[in-house]
Every structure is written in structure tokens, then in C-alpha cells.
Design a protein around this ligand. Sequence first.
Ligand SMILES: [Fe+2]
Length: 201
Amino acid sequence: MAASLSSTTHTAARSAASASGPRTTDRLAALVADIRAAVGRGLPPDPTAYLVGEKLAPHLGAPGLLTPGQCEGDPERYRQHLLHAEADGSFSVVALVWLPGQRTSVHDHVSWCVTGVHQGEEHERRYRLLPADPPGGRARLVATEDVVNPQGSVCGFAPPGDIHRVWNGGSDKAVSIHVYGADISRLGSSVRRVYDLPADR
Ligand SMILES: [Fe+2]
């Protein structure tokens, strides 16, 4: 998996947590405890993301991980459900629900990120940012890789070099679990910047 906070797509994908806080299943509570232990080791972003991915993988597809409400989509745009925000701000867990055809903008992230596909599949296109040539012109994006992430797959990454777009290219709902090394309850989303630039695809 997550430009400026003015991103239309990400800002629109607001948390669905209620005023009383996110509801938590026992399985999610166990996952959060495992993530807390991994993040608490204080390792650099890349190994932290790797360890968190190992903790996330066994829970993907498990029927008891999310409540029915946490799997609800929005006909207008992909939807973010805040599942957990650690009190010290060190990590957050969200579920993103994608109806067929829903997508993000091209963006990157404020922190390390681990994504796992809980249901369905996610399509992802990764980009490299090429500086303006000649200087003073407009930078552009070059697609470097197209990936289809099937149910159960896990990806971890850390900025920089994490520019991508994600969409549901399938015919069924997709649900993915994202863990960020940031306080999403405060930031609203993990997006650092949206790249509204020419792209080759
Ligand atoms: Fe992303």
C-alpha cells in the first residue's frame, strides 16, 4: 500500500469509527497486541514493516477479524474504517473497503506501511517520479510495475519511493487491512502527497 491531506480520495475516505471508539473483535485485539510488540522493538522502518507483515498474514481471511460494519463500503468512494490507533501515536490499523472499480489517486505515504488483502483482490500500479527536464518544466511519472495482490497477500514498504495507485479491478468487494507507523486518528489518512502529474499509464 498510502499526499497532502487535501487529497480528495483519501480525505473523503474518512474513518467510520463511532464517537465511542472503534469496536474491536478478539482477533483484532490479538493482532494489535502482536503489532505493538513488533513496533515496540524500535527497529528502523523496513524491518518494522517486515515484522508487522508477518503478524498480519495469519489473520487475513479469518471470519472473526472484522465486524460486519467494518466491511461496509460506500457507493461513492472507497471507505476507510479506523480499527485501532495506538495511544502513543506509534501505529494505526485501518480497514479499506473497495467496491468494484473504486480507486485511489496516485500518492505516497507519511510512514512505513503494511497492507494485507483480507477479501477479494487489489490491483496496484507503482511509479517513479522523474524530475522536470528541462528544469522549470513539469515533473512526470513513469509506471514501474503493475501488481495484482490476491487475498492473503501482504506488502510492506517505507518511504521514499512508495508512489502508487491502488484500485479494485475485480467484480466483487475487496477489503484490505493497512497498518501505518503513524496516528491516523489525528492525521485522517496515511497520504503524504497526491501526485497530479502526467503519467505514461
Ligand atoms: Fe497507498
